[in-house]
Design a protein around this ligand. Structure first.
Ligand SMILES: *[C@@H]1O[C@H](CO)[C@@H](O)[C@H](O)[C@H]1NC(C)=O
Ligand SMILES: *[C@@H]1O[C@H](CO)[C@@H](O)[C@H](O)[C@H]1NC(C)=O
Ligand SMILES: *[C@@H]1O[C@H](CO)[C@@H](O)[C@H](O)[C@H]1NC(C)=O
Length: 185
């Protein structure tokens, strides 16, 4: 009964998905030696709540970095509250090293990209836990579908080289206001 009223509630309000965009990305280190990746990967993301009647409370934001479908880093971002029609800027810095075992084909691509100075197929996922407020109604905490910002082409910024401009990429969100755990259950 409660679930049904929740579902009806969201159908009636029909909120628009929160919009995520990668506005800039850069690498200052991306060195793969003996299956060890040393990385420094920075990403700027804008988050826009397009709804004029819903406040979003971000309670957990985990950013996960991928290279050619291999996860190599993650970090927690500072949580925030987002009012109506508001845009928030996020800045994620992935720095460190991790074990990365590429397939032979991917390793070939890595070497080629290294010679060009631009890496392909980087991606950032945002794993979120949120609450929402509509008028006086405040929802419980839930996890929206994972936000996926894929197919990023990211230049390696090394001294003496000018990085090509980054083209803004939209991220995919699925149905942002639907609990991904309830959906799959
Ligand atoms: C991200 O935004 C900050 C602050 O506006 C800026 O200094 C930086 O150059 C931007 N780009 C990256 C990749 O961090
Ligand atoms: C990558 O790391 C290896 C081992 O630490 C080092 O020999 C090599 O010079 C590094 N390459 C770059 C481009 O930094
Ligand atoms: C939108 O965000 C700005 C900056 O954080 C804040 O000053 C403003 O009050 C917010 N507006 C709403 C409607 O929440």
């Amino acid at each position: 009964m409660f679930m049904l009223s929740m579902i009806l509630f969201w159908i009636i309000i029909s909120p628009s998905n929160v919009k995520f965009r990668v506005t800039d990305a850069s690498l200052t280190q991306f060195n793969l030696t003996n299956n060890n990746l040393y990385y420094n990967f920075k990403v700027n993301i804008t988050v826009r709540n397009p709804n004029n009647n819903i406040i979003v409370y971000y309670r957990r934001i985990t950013a996960i970095a991928w290279y050619k479908d291999n996860e190599f880093g993650w970090m927690s971002l500072t949580t925030f509250d987002q009012g109506h029609k508001n845009t928030t800027f996020l800045h994620a810095v992935f720095e460190g090293h991790s074990v990365l075992k590429l397939k032979a084909k991917q390793l070939g691509e890595y070497k080629e990209e290294t010679s060009v100075g631009v890496y392909e197929d980087l991606a950032v996922d945002l794993d979120l836990r949120i609450r929402t407020k509509y008028g006086r109604f405040k929802s419980g905490r839930f996890n929206p579908p994972v936000v996926q910002c894929g197919s990023l082409r990211v230049p390696l910024i090394s001294s003496g080289k000018i990085a090509p401009p980054f083209s803004v990429k939209k991220c995919s969100t699925g149905s942002f206001f639907v609990d991904r755990d309830a959906e799959s259950g």
